[in-house]
Write a protein that binds this ligand. Structure first.
Ligand code: COA
Length: 209
């Protein structure tokens, strides 16, 4: 039985759940990746990806628990989990980590990215990491807007004009900011409604104290 970190209902009334990524997710993740639009592929991988190989999928689903944390968002249909979105961070040092995020085209704009990013920030903070970074194509207005709404700075990157570097301190920035965000995402009043909070994403509780 899946051990869900959180479950919620989107504004459109569809139930979603988030859990840790597992190696057994390879097939469902591959299926979802191969349905992505060209824009979403380019926005995530910065190049056209015609087909997702087993090696690429393995890199996404086999996690080194010491350095990485990855979640999968699923929609359950007739008892079968269908992958909707995923997110991860990889620790690059004792203090810094890099995140990435991907939401299936049909599920974009419904608060899923926000839900995942908040969970990533919570877990990274909980692990004692103090800085989160991410790379995004300059044209990717959705990701840039989402990052700004979560207090990331949008900086120039070493990759040139076409890529921005997102940077966020994981020290508690402004009193109550994450708490408000978490209430919006995991509580009532946002685009999503929790149907069953099995537990809040790891790390979030530490932000409330
Ligand atoms: C970028 C991405 C992760 C956003 O996820 P999402 O689930 O669509 O985003 P959400 O619905 O959670 O949006 C959250 C916030 O982001 C902002 N946002 C999202 N889409 C936006 C858009 N098209 N224009 C402006 N703001 C947008 C808004 O602030 C929004 O909050 P609001 O609805 O209260 O205004 C998703 O579109 C995606 O996977 N894209 C392809 C891959 C990618 O770009 N990955 C990022 C590189 S790591």
């Amino acid at each position: 039985m899946a051990d869900y970190l959180s479950r919620w209902r989107t504004q459109n009334g569809v139930d979603l759940a988030m859990r840790l990524m597992r190696a057994e997710d390879a097939q469902r993740v591959k299926l979802a990746l191969n349905q992505l639009s060209p824009d979403s592929r380019r926005h995530r991988y910065f190049r056209a990806v015609a087909d997702f190989s087993d090696e690429m999928v393995t890199d996404l689903v086999v996690i080194d628990p010491l350095k990485q944390w990855a979640v999968l968002v699923v929609h359950v249909e007739k008892g079968i989990e269908i992958a909707v979105a995923g997110g991860r961070f990889v620790a690059e040092s004792d203090i810094t980590c890099e995140f990435s995020l991907l939401v299936d085209d049909r599920w974009q704009g419904q608060g899923v990215g926000e839900h995942i990013l908040l969970a990533l920030i919570g877990e990274a903070s909980h692990r004692g990491l103090t800085k989160m970074t991410g790379y995004v194509l300059s044209e990717n207005s959705s990701m840039i807007a989402l990052a700004r709404s979560m207090d990331f700075q949008v900086n120039e990157s070493e990759e040139g004009e076409s890529v921005k570097k997102l940077i966020r301190s994981l020290h508690r920035p402004s009193a109550g900011k994450l708490d408000r965000l978490a209430r919006k995402v995991f509580g009532r009043g946002g685009k999503t409604t929790p149907v069953k909070a099995v537990r809040e994403p790891p790390g979030f509780e530490s932000e409330k104290n």
